[in-house]
Write a protein that binds this ligand. Structure first.
Ligand SMILES: NC(=O)CC[C@H](N)C(=O)O
Length: 190
């Protein structure tokens, strides 16, 4: 695949995404500055700490370039903390950054801090077999707007969705060798 996919490299599970993408034969690059967006066909906003990543996006002056990338309809994949950052989440009461790339409200740490992590097998719309999925202090999606397609649920909680060029999952698709969801994202890059 000759597409270039960036991984936003501010905090979180960056190296794991780069390794997974390279295992899939993708030209994967780390993205730290506005210049690094030049030539990208797609971008992954990784899991980590959404407050920290949001603060670093502001500090590094990357909010505008991210919004332009979105408006150019380039493919964007937000995983876990990246899902939170992509949400509209009008209900949140803090100053935390929300990019509003996909119309949905999220519940941060929605599966509870106590059962911080779990692994399950998802039915994922568009993938014709169960997908191995690792959740780490994961959010879930509380509600979605009319243009959002729900792709997967766990206990009736929405954990994956897409709207146009934006895909989000509450799990970490880079942490297992089941690359079905990363492949699904790569297929969105035209
Ligand atoms: N694995 C993750 O990305 C966890 C997300 C974290 N709970 C947050 O709120 O940012």
């Amino acid at each position: 695949m000759n597409k270039v996919v960036g991984v936003l490299d501010l905090q979180g599970a960056v190296a794991e995404h780069l390794i997974a993408l390279r295992n899939l034969g993708v030209n994967a690059v780390s993205v730290k500055t506005a210049e690094d967006f030049v030539g990208l066909d797609g971008l992954i906003i990784p899991g980590g700490e959404s407050t920290a990543i949001g603060r670093l996006i502001r500090e590094q002056g990357l909010e505008d370039v991210l919004r332009t990338f979105y408006q150019e309809e380039k493919a964007i994949f937000g995983t876990c903390a990246g899902l939170i950052l992509c949400s509209t989440d009008k209900s949140h009461v803090t100053e935390d950054l929300r990019l509003g790339f996909i119309e949905m409200e999220v519940e941060r740490n929605g599966f509870g801090r106590q059962i911080a992590s779990f692994e399950t097998y998802l039915d994922f719309s568009g993938i014709d077999r169960k997908v191995e999925a690792v959740f780490i202090r994961a959010p879930y999606i509380e509600s979605v707007g009319p243009k959002v397609k729900v792709l997967a649920t766990v206990d009736q909680k929405i954990v994956a969705a897409e709207q146009g060029n934006v895909l989000v999952t509450a799990h970490h698709p880079e942490l297992t060798e089941d690359y079905a969801v990363l492949t699904y994202f790569l297929e969105k890059i035209v």
